[in-house]
Design a protein around this ligand. Structure first.
Ligand code: NAI
Ligand SMILES: CCCCCC(=O)CC\C=C/C=C/C=C/[C@@H](O)[C@@H](O)CCCC(=O)O
Length: 273
């Protein structure tokens, strides 16, 4: 997809990878709606990007992605404001912490909802023009994460969701490509501090940072963004799972047969909003 003139929604765009994806799409001529629960940070980021790219190219919408009503309203505001929708980046996410249901809500349930909203607004079978959905998973979506089992479960779910909606069956109906990105540790505020507040958390932090250091350090946001732009541009990639690691750079998770997907015999195979 060429991004010039296109309209994108990015969740969790106030900082980190989401801000990186947003800036990259603006630089390629897209207009971007930034959704984030952090209102002050979101407004600050949007103001900075507006000064670089033009006020008409950005729109900030305060939005808690776990609130279905806020998400539906945000997508409707994007359509009203920009008149179209071509790209959805379900990026908002949180790392593992005590509240496992919140991790599930943000990292998986909201990504499912954002995917369904994107399909609802872009799918050709619903009068849309087709488009692209990129769901931000993680290498924890492909590997076990002993200090983050719930986090890993959500990211495995994002991979499965993206591969399933990224089958030829759905593309024939929707004209919407759906892919997942699986970066390893990247230099954003999601990273835990090296010095924790409790001995138990310090043990986890030491294990985390020992792994990061052993893997060659953190990815830079720019490295993840480069992969993102490659995925956006490559219209042959549907249902693809992009990996970004320090060892191998950008590559794709290899899968054997079955890439066409398996029909699931149920009364209603198609999820509803
Ligand atoms: N940084 C890393 O090491 C990696 C990050 N990821 C994934 O990349 C995505 C972005 O993460 P980062 O930029 O690193 O983290 P980050 O913490 O810097 O940014 C996450 C953004 O999501 C927003 N957010 C969180 N909960 C929200 C909610 N309920 N509603 C709306 N916005 C919400 C935050 O306010 C923040 O702006 C996440 O899905 C994360 O799991 C994947 C692999 C590696
Ligand atoms: C706790 C902070 C938030 C977590 C953010 C993440 O999602 C971090 C990424 C999670 C796991 C990373 C695994 C990294 C694996 C690679 O470094 C490499 O070891 C994998 C090689 C796989 C292969 O070659 O098949």
């Amino acid at each position: 997809m060429k991004l010039s003139g296109k309209v994108a929604v990015v969740t969790g765009a106030a900082q980190g990878l989401g801000r990186g994806f947003t800036e990259a799409m603006l630089q390629q001529g897209a207009k971007v709606a930034l959704l984030d629960i952090k209102v002050l940070d979101g407004r600050k980021t949007t103001k900075e990007l507006a000064s670089q790219h033009g006020q008409d190219k950005v729109l900030f919408l305060p939005c808690d992605v776990t609130d279905k009503g806020q998400m539906e309203s945000a997508f409707q505001q994007v359509l009203r404001h920009f008149g179209q929708l071509d790209v959805v980046v379900n990026n908002a996410g949180v790392s593992e912490h005590g509240n496992w249901e919140m991790v599930l809500d943000v990292n998986l349930r909201s990504v499912i909802h954002g995917t369904l909203l994107g399909l609802d607004h872009m799918s050709r079978e619903k009068g849309g023009a087709g488009g692209l959905i990129i769901n931000i998973a993680s290498m924890a979506g492909l590997l076990p994460m002993f200090h983050g089992p719930v986090y890993a479960a959500t990211k495995h779910g994002v991979v499965g969701l993206s591969r399933s909606y990224g089958t030829p069956f759905h593309f024939a109906l929707t004209g919407v490509r759906v892919c997942a990105m699986c970066p390893t540790m990247a230099d954003t505020p999601i990273q835990p501090p090296r010095v924790a507040s409790t001995p138990e958390e310090q043990l986890k932090a030491d294990a985390h940072w020992a792994y990061v250091d052993n893997q060659g350090g953190l990815l830079q946001v720019s490295e993840v963004v480069d992969g993102f732009l490659q995925l956006v541009a490559d219209d042959s990639k549907n249902g693809a799972v992009m990996r970004i690691t320090k060892q191998k750079g950008v590559d794709y998770q290899p899968y054997g047969g079955g890439g066409q997907g398996v029909p699931y015999a149920s009364r209603n195979t198609r999820s509803k909003l």
